[in-house]
Design a protein. Structure first.
Length: 568
């Protein structure tokens, strides 16, 4: 069967196009398999009527495939059609979002030598070609077998014939053509196939350009409709799947998988609510995972999410039975929750200046992310990996999930960036931890210096790295290049968390006004809003202050990287 995906220049079939214009089949449930086995075990079909075939075979098969009345994937039975003065009645037309995509016609079981006859097929074809249907796929079923024809390819032989006794074995072949999403993608491939048919004989380049412009305008006009459709779909499906996943996740899933990633506010709240729920009756297990005594893998986002969790926890637990020593605990004892929050605020607003070990971890997270991002920019062939992951997401992912709407090759590169940062960070913490789980601060600083030298060698080889970055932009919102060089993402994130709590906002302004002013000087719009400074105010921290905050006082390295990235 023609698929409309063959490259007209090479004649070959692109793997990426195959993935982008098809959908992986979900495994059949146990109940679905049992229903197909029941159909395979039917006997005495010679006594059956056409209505029996519809009721006992076709309708159950449609349900197994996912079609049901009053759903996105519905069926219309006995659809009335007219050709001139003659009335017709199609057994089934299969609709997706109220559009007819294929037809199936039931036939009375007869003992035959296989193939259906001319009259049987022609009856179904009349329904398919009717303007009210316009379906390419035509299906016949007499209880003994199912035949599927693509009327735009051939009406002499079916593209698939499945005998009832082989129904379970061959059912995925049927689903690959007739399953709800499969037939939807078939229609998209059908459009491509029609383009080939129309333009194989085109002889005016001007006509080609005019048509390209027309199609482009039509597709652009559908963008807002597509967005509206997605919003409506999310509403009917009960909201965002990611939020639902967080609300039922365990502590490990949230702390290890969600905390390290910058999140929108609803997801931050959902993560905190779930962790607070898991902290009842005792918060020890959750606390120990987030705040172990020795440094753990953590980045700026992780710390700000941890702060939000503590603030949420304080509403249920005024006193923590256990607190790590670096947050005020003594000899495995506890502390008032507000005191622990205050200690974490002090650390967060100063980029952990009083805790060199954890400062090393945070600086390494920023630095290694910048290095991996630079490699992606300097070596655009890496984009192929993003293209492949995007195609796999389209093929394997839930078609109705938000991740499908935002999927793109560049986004998958950015997701890879998150993963690479996490892997490198875990390795850094492991190799910087010695006997008795003691963090080796000087060894960690040495590796940081080596990382910065690698970063310098990568960036300094490009005359204008910022211009190159703009040309090969991955659409990243996170300030990867600025964070840890001229911008304190950690301090800014902590202020954004505190801004949601009037009590803790007042506390931070009263107890840490100099720190807030310093964050304002290095670009935090939240800090500037707190102290009444314009976002466009030109005040900046000195080179020595930036070097002290992000490079343990190494002014030469700080200046070199700042200049290489085009800052000042």
């Amino acid at each position: 069967m023609g698929n409309g995906l063959t490259d007209p220049l090479t004649g070959s079939l692109s793997e990426a196009d195959l993935l982008l214009q098809a959908k992986a089949l979900e495994p059949l449930s146990t109940g679905a398999q049992a229903e197909l086995e029941r159909i395979m075990g039917l006997s005495r079909l010679d006594e059956w009527s056409e209505a029996d075939v519809r009721e006992e075979i076709i309708t159950p098969i449609l349900r197994v495939m996912g079609y049901a009345k009053e759903s996105m994937f519905s069926t219309t039975r006995e659809k009335s059609l007219r050709i001139l003065e003659k009335g017709l009645s199609a057994d089934y037309t299969i609709t997706l979002w109220e559009e007819d995509f294929w037809v199936i016609e039931a036939k009375r079981p007869k003992v035959t030598n296989g193939r259906f006859k001319y009259d049987q097929l022609w009856q179904a074809v009349q329904y398919a070609i009717h303007p009210a249907v316009n379906a390419a796929l035509v299906v016949l079923c007499d209880g003994h077998a199912i035949e599927i024809y693509d009327r735009e390819e051939s009406l002499e032989a079916p593209v698939l014939r499945v005998e009832r006794e082989n129904l379970l074995r061959d059912f995925d072949e049927i689903r690959a053509l007739l399953g709800p999403l499969q037939s939807w993608f078939f229609q998209k491939r059908r459009v491509v196939r029609l383009l080939d048919k129309v333009f194989d004989k085109e002889f005016q380049l001007g006509r080609m350009e005019e048509f390209r412009s027309l199609v482009d305008r039509r597709l652009r006009a559908k963008e807002q409709q597509t967005i509206a459709n997605h919003r409506a779909l999310r509403a009917t499906r009960g909201g965002d799947a990611e939020l639902r996943r967080i609300r039922s996740a365990d502590a490990a899933e949230i702390v290890e998988g969600v905390f390290p990633v910058p999140l929108p506010w609803p997801m931050i709240k959902a993560g905190t609510a779930r962790l607070v729920e898991l902290s009842t009756p005792s918060p020890f297990q959750v606390l120990h995972r987030i705040f172990p005594d020795e440094p753990r893998a953590a980045n700026d986002a992780f710390v700000s999410h941890a702060l939000h969790y503590l603030i949420g926890l304080s509403e249920a637990h005024a006193y923590l039975p256990w607190t790590p020593h670096w947050l005020g605990g003594t000899n495995g004892g506890g502390a008032p929750t507000d005191a622990v929050i205050g200690r974490l605020i002090a650390l967060g607003l100063t980029h952990f200046s009083a805790d060199p070990a954890r400062k090393c971890v945070l600086l390494y997270a920023n630095g290694v992310r910048r290095v991996f991002k630079a490699l992606m920019v300097l070596h655009p062939q890496m984009k192929r990996a993003g293209e492949t992951k995007h195609a796999l997401q389209r093929y394997l992912g839930d078609e109705f999930d938000f991740s499908q709407m935002v999927s793109s090759p560049d986004r998958h590169l950015l997701l890879s960036l998150d993963q690479l940062e996490a892997l490198a960070l875990h390795r850094f913490v492991a190799t910087s931890t010695g006997e008795h789980r003691r963090f080796l601060v000087e060894s960690a600083k040495l590796e940081l210096q080596q990382l910065w030298q690698l970063e310098r060698s990568l960036i300094s080889g490009v005359k204008d790295y910022r211009a190159l970055l703009n040309e090969r932009n991955l659409g990243e919102v996170h300030p990867t290049e600025a964070a840890g060089i001229v911008y304190d993402e950690l301090g800014h994130n902590c202020l954004c968390i505190l801004d949601r709590s009037p009590e803790w906002r007042s506390y931070a302004l009263a107890q840490h006004r100099p720190e807030v002013e310093h964050l304002a000087a290095i670009g935090s719009w939240q800090a500037r809003a707190w102290i009444g400074m314009s976002r466009d105010d030109g005040a900046q921290a000195s080179e020595a202050e930036l070097a002290d905050r992000f490079f343990f006082g190494d002014v030469e390295v700080a200046a070199a990287l700042r200049n290489s990235y085009g800052f000042r």
